[in-house]
Design a protein around this ligand. Structure first.
Ligand SMILES: O=P(O)(O)OC[C@H]1O[C@H](OP(=O)(O)OP(=O)(O)O)[C@H](O)[C@@H]1O
Ligand SMILES: Nc1ncnc2[nH]cnc12
Length: 175
């Protein structure tokens, strides 16, 4: 039921941002605060029942991962740290270049966002090619973090069978 309600609030926009891309728009979900609460509870329950280690840091990916990451982190009693597109973060940063469904980009984290040995989960709205998630994993590992899991609200169907990540993936909705 919850998943159906969440799913019904994700809108398909054809040919955005380029012809041939079926864009999954999550913003209608945020018009329904109860559905947002359901989505966060679903994710937190999944984490609490499948991961037996203390999660130190929830890492959210720029920009839509910022909608879910802090809410999940607060419920877990964990820190939140952003992975941002290049040039947005002050102070000492570390970078990686990655490929995504519609182009190449550069991700950055502040070097003090994660301490060596900390347990991290990575969260985003959606996984398509897995390029963003793989870039974020590389970045967290460069900072000495230990990636326990990836959390996505949506997994695009064409990814099935393509192993781009060496860690478990949790996704609520197969698009
Ligand atoms: O699995 P991938 O092929 O890497 O694609 C998934 C990524 O693409 C989208 O973000 P986008 O880079 O469009 O940025 P935005 O959140 O700022 O719109 C989405 O929020 C993921 O981060
Ligand atoms: N099809 C898609 N819809 C929404 N965000 C995306 N990011 C990458 N591919 C996407």
């Amino acid at each position: 039921m919850d998943i159906q309600r969440i799913n019904s609030l994700i809108r398909d926009i054809p040919d955005f941002p380029k012809k041939g891309i079926m864009f999954k728009d999550i913003f209608p979900l945020f018009q329904d605060p109860i559905a947002v609460e359901m989505a966060i509870t679903h994710i937190v329950n999944h984490i609490n029942t499948t991961i037996d280690k203390k999660i130190d840091v929830v890492v959210g990916l720029d920009a839509r991962g910022f909608l879910f990451g802090p809410l999940v982190a607060m419920r877990l009693g964990a820190a939140f740290a952003p992975v941002r597109k290049a040039g947005k973060l002050p102070g000492a940063t570390t970078q990686v270049t990655y490929e995504k469904e519609y182009g190449t980009d550069v991700f950055e984290m502040q070097q003090d966002a994660i301490k060596a040995g900390q347990n991290v989960i990575i969260i985003d709205d959606l996984i398509a090619t897995g390029g963003s998630a793989a870039g974020a994993q590389e970045l967290v590992q460069k900072l000495g973090g230990n990636v326990l899991e990836f959390i996505f609200l949506i997994e695009l169907e064409f990814l099935n069978g393509k192993s781009v990540l060496k860690a478990p993936i949790y996704s609520m909705i197969k698009a």
